[in-house]
Design a protein around this ligand. Sequence first.
Ligand code: AVJ
Ligand code: FE
Length: 431
Amino acid sequence: MREHIASTLQRARQRTIALTDSVDEAELVAQHSRLMSPLVWDLAHIGNQEELWLVRDAGGRDPVRADIDYLYDAFEHARPDRPHLPLLNPGEAREYVDTVREKVWDVLEHSPLQGDELVDGGFVFGMIAQHEQQHDETMLATHQLRAGPPVLSAAAPPVADSAVRGEVLIPAGEFTMGTSTDPWALDNERPAHPVHVPAFAIDAAPVSNGQYLEFIADGGYDRRELWSERGWEHRHEGELTAPGFWERDSAGQWWRRVFGVRRPVRPQQPVVHVCWFEAQAYATWAGKRLPTEAEWEKAARYDPDTGRTRTYPWGDTEPGPATANLGQRHLEPADIGAYPAGASAAGVHQLIGDVWEWTSSGFHPYPGFRAFPYREYSEVFFGGDYRVLRGGSFGTDPVACRGTFRNWDHPIRRQIFSGFRLARTLDPREA
Ligand code: AVJ
Ligand code: FE
């Protein structure tokens, strides 16, 4: 357990270092987009959360830098204001996170890892590793927004041996949603509870660039009837005409910018950088709809043969290179059909990894929810103007991704690695 915690924390830190050492000091303190913090804010915020939870709370040690807590409290300062704060400079921020981490090794060595809810099963250490990885994914999104020549590289994702198309029928019935037993599951994933889901069909794969190009070519962005009122308003205000980072040349060829590299849009890849309103308009155009969160989770976790609910679509084993495109191993989604070993019991592909998938659901607590260990992780966001995303992206580390993991964002956001898949209500004769 202690070894596992240590290596998980170390993996997060290696990634944080790679994301912050790859740009110069000027770029670390710059704001690459009003939607994002300067990278140097994320860096010190990672250290500050680690200090609050592991050094002070779990470890009962004296503060390292109580004087800077206010700077790195995400609720104190909105993102556009963060570059103007008296932040630690890059050198100070690096030294700070190192000092905190040194103390954490000592706390970990002496923690009983049981007998207290915060440390049982290593929970708070796992929570902090997930927190760092979540900010690493946010920093990866900042890298995607930055201008200038590329600084990140990774192997190309695997290609598919065979096509995956069509939809999978999931019969009506109850399944267990959420978890009460996964030791590192966060508060909003708890508790496990039965949910009856009416029969539905869900696409075996996420929507591809090729399919999305048909929507564009068919006037999808100009047909009022395909969009909700708010969606249409945002489509105009945001001047949306294609997914984020796409452009069309004078010959009509579509290109997309991927971490500073201009590449042709690859039809067999899942579409990424679309907002919820775009996903909804596409679904209307296709005569379908987005899945609810419960439908998504049932398609991912329910095994009709045993009636059991799995941790991951493929079973209970940790994600690996053959099952899911996670962990920034690649810098883009893999082709549709590239992970046959990661399919769910029902035969649904690429639910975990590649792209976060928008669902139709708002962010609400499960019955029996209890905020733990702090209200600001989930509770303060319940009932707000958010939509839930599921499944993780190529930029999500496995520690922060499982069949129960819930992400959420505003329906206009698309700087995240967001795509979607479609579902459909069955008519009574089909069901
Ligand atoms: C769960 C991804 C929406 O990044 O805003 C990071 C995670 N919470 N620090 C976010 C989080 C506190 C959160 N999301
Ligand atoms: Fe945070």
